[in-house]
Design a protein. Structure first.
Length: 401
């Protein structure tokens, strides 16, 4: 029987970051996943699965040694955001808010690899992959994880970072509320007449929110959320007709015509929110806690925000004490943040779904926000996640590893 302070199920970006960060606090951690981490991509084409990384998330990844493991040639920083709805527009630049970047676009498998590597390099983390979990048990004084090779792990805390269909969540008896958007996100990499210089551009249009996000080499990543029937129609089009559809619905994008469209993928969109993020000795992180609509690019950042708050609240925990109270505190804080952010994203999508009246209402809102500098500062600070990670970074700097 092997004993740890914390057992983390799921070694992707959020789980790997949690394991590495908690080890820096001096905790003994086991990190378990049914799959080995992705291999590093060097000459391969960029993966279609890209995500936005906020400055706060970047600092957390940097603190655990994951950011330096990424190939900078495969990252695309952006210093400007442009959002459009009807005749309304919002423009943000990093400089006006005292930042060097508003964020980065990165490949999700590369982030998974780098976070797992950081955990593997941590002295107090034992990585166990590929390993299947045979059984999970929780008693009054410990958690137990039985692996398919017969090994039994015991610990004080069990963290579920095992995705939207979390087995840890089910084991803890935590209910989840789901909302099917009846939409799919169409993703593809595009080459445009004018290179993307580092602008995250989005329009709330007639078919759904359409984003063009910067990629290395001046390309753009298309993320277009549309109703299921429109997704089916768009996926059937040849490349030329598909490019023409994008140009129609993104006519005011600053990148010109579509010169080349890469392979398309369609991802089903479902909003999920766990009713609790902690129960006894169990806590949920990342997609196990919630999944959100991609229109604001906050999914991964919410998960890394979970890690930051967990590090902050767990730093003062004594091993001889029941961790339930501190995990409950984590759960309350992150559930309220989840509802605020995810609810706001959901509201934007529902307003847009009202058609032209909804888009005009958004345009009026954009116009008002554009004139209110304090409100813009609050919006950017929230999106960048810097205040959220500050206390955690201080704990990591003072860590005992």
């Amino acid at each position: 029987m092997d004993t740890y302070d914390v057992i983390v199920i799921g070694s992707a970006t959020v789980g790997g970051t949690a394991a590495a960060a908690l080890a820096r606090l001096g905790l003994e951690v086991a990190l378990v996943d049914r799959r080995a981490p992705p291999q590093q991509r060097t000459d391969a084409e960029l993966d279609p699965r890209v995500v936005a990384v906020s400055p706060g998330s970047q600092r957390l990844l940097e603190a655990i040694g994951a950011w330096s493991a990424l190939d900078p040639q495969r990252l695309a920083p952006y210093s400007a955001m442009q959002v459009r709805a009807g005749h309304g527009r919002l423009d943000f630049t990093a400089n006006e808010h005292g930042l060097s970047r508003l964020g980065w676009i990165a490949e999700l498998p590369e982030l998974d690899r780098a976070a797992a590597a950081a955990a593997q390099a941590a002295r107090r983390v034992e990585t166990l992959w590929p390993r299947n979990v045979k059984a999970l048990r929780t008693t009054q004084d410990r958690v137990e994880v039985e692996l398919d090779d017969g090994r039994l792990l015991t610990g004080h805390i069990l963290l579920g970072a095992d995705g939207a269909r979390s087995r840890v969540r089910a084991h803890a008896g935590i209910a989840v509320d789901s909302h099917h958007y009846n939409q799919k996100a169409l993703v593809a990499h595009l080459v445009t007449a004018r290179p993307n210089p580092g602008i995250a551009w989005q329009r709330f249009g007639a078919l759904g929110p359409l984003a063009l996000l910067p990629l290395p080499g001046g390309r753009s990543s298309l993320v277009w959320s549309v109703h299921l029937d429109q997704a089916e129609r768009l996926m059937r089009l040849d490349d030329e007709d598909f490019a023409a559809e994008i140009e129609t619905h993104a006519a005011d994008a600053p990148f010109g015509k579509i010169a080349q469209s890469g392979p398309r993928h369609a991802l089903t969109l479902v909003r999920r929110q766990s009713r609790q993020l902690a129960a006894g000795r169990v806590a949920l992180l990342g997609d196990a806690a919630r999944s959100v609509h991609p229109l604001a690019g906050q999914g991964l950042n919410l998960g890394l925000g979970d890690v930051a708050v967990l590090v902050e609240v767990i730093a003062g925990w004594k091993r001889d004490r029941d961790p339930s109270a501190i995990l409950a505190r984590y759960g309350r804080r992150r559930r309220s943040d989840s509802i605020l952010v995810a609810g706001g994203i959901h509201g934007f999508n529902e307003i847009r779904a009202l058609g032209e009246p909804g888009r005009q209402a958004m345009a009026l809102g954009f116009g008002a926000l554009a004139r209110l500098r304090p409100a813009r500062d609050i919006f950017v600070n929230r999106a960048c996640g810097l205040a959220e990670v500050g206390p955690a970074l201080q704990q990591l700097e003072n860590g005992r590893e």
